[in-house]
Design a protein around this ligand. Structure first.
Ligand SMILES: [Zn+2]
Length: 90
């Protein structure tokens, strides 16, 4: 019985290592790995529901499409009111 547990644990560790290396090899962010422009996000039910750290994207410039690591963007700041110009002393 101990042999079965040890084999299952080693298989699970291999799966975890392969998943981690595969994740790290994926391109990061919305920029195309070939031409560097921002790619369009594609809807993928599996990735959007089960693997939210990944996202499928398509480059409109060179046609590259694939899975990339999703990058969280910094929260947008509320637009500040433009200040009225100060009167200058003249
Ligand atoms: Zn491209």
């Amino acid at each position: 019985m101990l042999v079965v547990v040890v084999l299952l644990v080693t298989v699970a560790m291999r799966v975890a290592i392969v998943a981690a290396v595969t994740y790290l090899l994926l391109p990061r962010g919305p920029l195309c790995p070939h031409c560097g422009i921002e790619m369009a996000a594609l809807e993928n039910r599996f990735l959007d529901h089960w693997l939210t750290a990944l996202q499928r994207r398509w480059c409109l410039e060179c046609g590259w499409d694939g899975v990339v690591r999703r990058v969280r963007r910094a929260p947008m700041r509320a637009p500040t009111r433009p200040q009225a110009p100060r009167p200058t002393a003249s």
